[in-house]
Design a protein around this ligand. Structure first.
Ligand code: GDP
Ligand code: MN
Length: 404
């Protein structure tokens, strides 16, 4: 649980975004968008929203990545909707698709089986590639080398509140590494073995939890997620962390079938509950289609080792491990709660899941949207592209309506 104890909203209510933008230099950061040509419409929808609610003041650059080539329609259309620098990159074959140590036939069979079992996206080869790319490669792309921070954007996302301060600068100033706005439960059948491997990584590297790992562990019967006993059931002295039963957890040897998983075979062993020493994944993960994070977290040796161990298990093919639980469990193993930031003030939606600050506790104070027209320094459209200027009238009418 990322509680108020570790982490607070950066600003309550709205700032003057122009003043905020003038107050700081830009961070060394970019938006990162992985997309296909056919998604251009959804991408435009996303950029419009990002520009309207944030980037018209802050002007961060965009990096678009694709395993194929972006066509000129995609490039030209996208550039109509931002005055920021835009770069388009192709992903090399090393970073997308089967690595050469994988038995492709085994992997494809695994994928087909998941298709037959109607696991969400399980039978879709390209989706598996996408998840592996976002888990272990995006931060290595040459176009991202110059950046220290990224903000992930997907097609068909929507921000519905103005973001009137610079989240990168605020994260940097408060020593944050990873920011999220939605945490949800993963579909169990997509990741039956993921936690066993993540847990094994933690143990083989002698990592002691810094307090974030527990966020991903199913509470034992009678306990709450934060480790406190459920009211009227178990006294505090019996909290799991004080239980001598778990004192030697780190030194227990790994189960044979994990030690014997041959690199290159890529076939996961059957589930053995013993292997997790009583720890069970609660399926919680940061929903990674929104992420603001430091790239050096992913570029660290620790993350590299984590990714390699996960990758070598074959879980990106034999199961449908998403980059969201991969990023989340890596954070759980390597970061402390104080390095995580919950952007509880960002109104955000992707497909059917959304986070609305107005639904959060302390709503009135935590969030008062910046309804431009009252003191909008941009009374006249100055977005810098004709297509965005055209949008401006609609946005203004909408803002005026809500400001009433
Ligand atoms: P969902 O949000 O989990 O339903 O998955 P999406 O279909 O939105 O995919 C996640 C991200 O990866 C989006 O940014 C997609 O545009 C991108 N993506 C998914 N598959 C591919 C692919 O095969 N090629 C490329 N270039 N991008 C992809
Ligand atoms: Mn998506």
């Amino acid at each position: 649980k990322i509680s108020e104890k570790y982490d607070k909203v950066f600003h309550s209510g709205c700032r003057d975004p122009v003043a905020e933008a003038n107050r700081h230099e830009r961070a060394n950061a970019a938006f990162v968008v992985l997309a296909r040509n056919k998604e251009v419409e959804g991408v435009v929808e996303s950029i419009k929203s990002v520009e309207r609610h944030f980037n018209r003041w802050f002007h961060y650059p965009y990096v678009f990545l694709n395993d194929g080539d972006f066509n000129s329609t995609f490039k030209e259309t996208v550039m109509n909707y931002t005055s920021s620098t835009v770069e388009f990159g192709k992903i090399d074959s090393e970073s997308w698709g089967y690595p050469d140590w994988t038995d492709k036939n085994v992997a494809k069979e695994g994928i087909n089986k998941q298709g037959d079992a109607a696991i969400m996206y399980g039978g879709m080869e390209s989706y598996h590639h996408m998840c592996r790319f976002y888990s272990g490669f995006f931060y290595k792309h040459e176009l991202l080398q110059k950046y220290e921070w990224y903000w992930r954007v997907e097609p068909e996302i929507k921000y519905f509140c103005d973001i009137t301060y610079d989240p990168f600068i605020h994260m940097a100033n408060t020593n944050k590494t990873y920011g999220f706005t939605i945490a949800v439960k993963e579909l169990k059948e997509t990741v039956p073995n993921i936690f066993r491997y993540a847990s094994a990584y933690k143990r083989t590297h002698n990592l002691t939890s810094q307090g974030l790992w527990e966020m991903f562990v199913e509470p034992k019967e009678g306990y709450n997620q934060d480790g406190s006993p459920k009211k009227g059931t178990i006294p505090p002295s019996e909290l799991p962390r004080d239980d001598p039963k778990y004192a030697n957890e780190k030194t227990k040897p790994l189960p044979e079938e994990i030690l014997n998983t041959e690199p290159g075979k890529g076939t996961l062993p059957e589930i053995d509950p013993e292997a997790m020493e009583g720890e069970v994944y609660n399926m919680c993960h940061f929903w990674s289609n929104f992420e603001i994070a430091r790239l050096d977290f992913f570029r660290s040796q620790e993350y590299e080792d984590f990714f390699n161990m996960m990758d070598r298990s074959g879980g990106f093919w034999m199961e449908r491990w998403g980059d969201a639980p991969i990023h989340s469990l890596a954070a759980g193993a390597l970061l402390s709660p104080s390095e995580i930031h919950y952007f509880r003030d960002f109104g955000y939606r992707h497909t059917t899941i959304q986070h609305c600050p107005a639904n959060a506790p302390a709503r009135q104070e935590a969030h008062r949207p910046y309804y431009g027209p009252r003191n909008d320094p941009l009374e006249k459209p100055t977005y810098g592209t004709p297509a965005l200027d055209k949008e401006w009238q609609t946005w203004k009418e909408e803002d005026d309506y809500w400001a009433k």
